[in-house]
Design a protein around this ligand. Structure first.
Ligand SMILES: [Zn+2]
Length: 142
Protein backbone atom coordinates (compact mmCIF):
# COMPACT_ATOMS: atom_id res chain seq x y z
CA UNK A 1 0.00 0.00 0.00
CA UNK A 2 1.37 3.37 -0.99
CA UNK A 3 0.85 6.49 1.03
CA UNK A 4 1.59 8.80 -1.87
CA UNK A 5 -1.98 10.04 -1.77
CA UNK A 6 -1.60 11.09 1.85
CA UNK A 7 -4.70 10.07 3.68
CA UNK A 8 -6.61 12.68 5.60
CA UNK A 9 -6.91 10.62 8.73
CA UNK A 10 -4.46 8.14 10.11
CA UNK A 11 -6.17 5.26 11.81
CA UNK A 12 -4.28 2.83 13.98
CA UNK A 13 -5.59 -0.63 14.66
CA UNK A 14 -4.15 -2.12 17.79
CA UNK A 15 -4.48 -5.81 18.29
CA UNK A 16 -5.34 -7.05 21.73
CA UNK A 17 -2.09 -8.57 22.86
CA UNK A 18 0.05 -8.51 25.97
CA UNK A 19 2.65 -5.79 25.92
CA UNK A 20 6.21 -5.86 27.08
CA UNK A 21 6.44 -2.64 29.04
CA UNK A 22 10.15 -2.17 29.32
CA UNK A 23 13.38 -2.98 27.59
CA UNK A 24 14.42 -4.96 30.67
CA UNK A 25 11.41 -7.18 30.19
CA UNK A 26 12.35 -7.73 26.57
CA UNK A 27 15.84 -8.85 27.58
CA UNK A 28 14.35 -11.10 30.24
CA UNK A 29 12.02 -12.53 27.64
CA UNK A 30 15.02 -13.23 25.44
CA UNK A 31 16.69 -15.18 28.21
CA UNK A 32 13.75 -17.03 29.64
CA UNK A 33 11.08 -17.64 27.02
CA UNK A 34 10.92 -21.14 25.59
CA UNK A 35 12.66 -21.68 22.28
CA UNK A 36 9.41 -21.62 20.36
CA UNK A 37 8.50 -18.18 21.66
CA UNK A 38 11.91 -16.78 20.83
CA UNK A 39 11.01 -17.14 17.18
CA UNK A 40 8.37 -14.52 17.75
CA UNK A 41 11.07 -11.94 18.30
CA UNK A 42 12.27 -9.68 15.52
CA UNK A 43 15.94 -8.82 15.40
CA UNK A 44 18.21 -6.11 14.07
CA UNK A 45 19.91 -7.77 11.10
CA UNK A 46 23.16 -5.93 11.81
CA UNK A 47 23.78 -7.07 15.38
CA UNK A 48 20.93 -9.50 16.21
CA UNK A 49 19.64 -7.53 19.13
CA UNK A 50 15.95 -8.17 19.75
CA UNK A 51 13.97 -5.18 18.51
CA UNK A 52 10.32 -6.11 18.83
CA UNK A 53 8.00 -9.06 19.10
CA UNK A 54 5.53 -10.25 16.54
CA UNK A 55 2.86 -9.28 19.05
CA UNK A 56 3.86 -5.65 18.53
CA UNK A 57 2.71 -5.79 14.91
CA UNK A 58 -0.16 -3.39 14.22
CA UNK A 59 -2.00 -1.97 11.28
CA UNK A 60 -1.93 1.71 10.45
CA UNK A 61 -4.39 2.89 7.81
CA UNK A 62 -5.55 -0.71 7.41
CA UNK A 63 -2.16 -2.16 6.58
CA UNK A 64 0.84 -3.40 8.54
CA UNK A 65 3.28 -2.62 5.76
CA UNK A 66 3.57 0.41 3.54
CA UNK A 67 5.77 1.54 0.69
CA UNK A 68 6.81 5.11 1.30
CA UNK A 69 9.07 7.58 -0.44
CA UNK A 70 11.17 10.27 1.23
CA UNK A 71 11.93 13.72 -0.24
CA UNK A 72 15.21 12.35 -1.65
CA UNK A 73 13.30 9.84 -3.73
CA UNK A 74 14.32 6.84 -1.63
CA UNK A 75 11.66 4.16 -1.20
CA UNK A 76 11.23 2.17 1.99
CA UNK A 77 9.14 -0.88 2.72
CA UNK A 78 8.10 -0.26 6.30
CA UNK A 79 6.10 -2.25 8.83
CA UNK A 80 4.18 -0.75 11.75
CA UNK A 81 4.72 -1.81 15.34
CA UNK A 82 3.08 -0.69 18.55
CA UNK A 83 6.40 -0.89 20.36
CA UNK A 84 10.01 -1.48 19.39
CA UNK A 85 11.80 -1.68 22.68
CA UNK A 86 15.13 -2.48 21.09
CA UNK A 87 15.16 0.95 19.45
CA UNK A 88 16.07 4.34 20.72
CA UNK A 89 15.00 7.64 19.23
CA UNK A 90 17.16 10.46 17.94
CA UNK A 91 16.33 13.97 16.79
CA UNK A 92 13.51 16.31 17.57
CA UNK A 93 10.00 15.32 16.49
CA UNK A 94 9.34 16.71 13.03
CA UNK A 95 6.33 17.11 10.73
CA UNK A 96 8.61 17.55 7.71
CA UNK A 97 7.28 15.37 4.85
CA UNK A 98 5.61 13.09 7.37
CA UNK A 99 4.03 9.99 5.83
CA UNK A 100 1.23 9.99 8.39
CA UNK A 101 -0.62 13.32 8.58
CA UNK A 102 -0.64 14.91 12.04
CA UNK A 103 2.07 12.53 13.17
CA UNK A 104 5.54 13.82 14.00
CA UNK A 105 8.45 11.52 13.31
CA UNK A 106 11.83 10.85 14.87
CA UNK A 107 14.57 8.55 13.67
CA UNK A 108 14.59 5.16 15.33
CA UNK A 109 17.95 3.43 15.73
CA UNK A 110 18.95 0.03 17.04
CA UNK A 111 19.91 0.81 20.63
CA UNK A 112 22.87 -1.57 20.42
CA UNK A 113 24.58 -0.98 17.03
CA UNK A 114 22.85 2.35 16.23
CA UNK A 115 21.90 1.20 12.76
CA UNK A 116 18.98 3.23 11.39
CA UNK A 117 15.98 0.90 11.52
CA UNK A 118 13.12 3.29 10.85
CA UNK A 119 11.01 5.97 12.48
CA UNK A 120 8.87 6.62 15.49
CA UNK A 121 5.59 8.47 14.89
CA UNK A 122 3.63 10.30 17.53
CA UNK A 123 0.53 12.44 17.17
CA UNK A 124 -0.59 15.32 19.40
CA UNK A 125 -3.26 13.00 20.82
CA UNK A 126 -0.38 10.70 21.86
CA UNK A 127 -1.18 7.95 19.39
CA UNK A 128 2.15 6.50 18.51
CA UNK A 129 3.82 3.66 16.67
CA UNK A 130 7.10 2.59 15.13
CA UNK A 131 7.53 2.17 11.39
CA UNK A 132 10.54 -0.05 10.80
CA UNK A 133 12.32 -0.83 7.54
CA UNK A 134 11.45 -4.47 7.02
CA UNK A 135 14.66 -5.27 5.15
CA UNK A 136 16.62 -4.33 8.27
CA UNK A 137 14.86 -6.57 10.75
CA UNK A 138 14.41 -10.28 10.67
CA UNK A 139 12.85 -13.19 12.40
CA UNK A 140 15.24 -15.73 13.79
CA UNK A 141 14.75 -18.30 11.03
CA UNK A 142 17.28 -20.92 11.95
ZN1 LIG B 1 21.63 -3.49 15.81
Amino acid sequence: MTLKANLENTTIQYFDSPRIESYTQLIEALDYVPQKSQRELLYCKSCWQAIATEKDIIQVNNSHDHNVCNPDGLWFHIGCFRLALGCHLVGKPSQHHTWFPSFNWQHSLCSYCHNHLGWYFEAPNQDHFFALILDKISEDDD
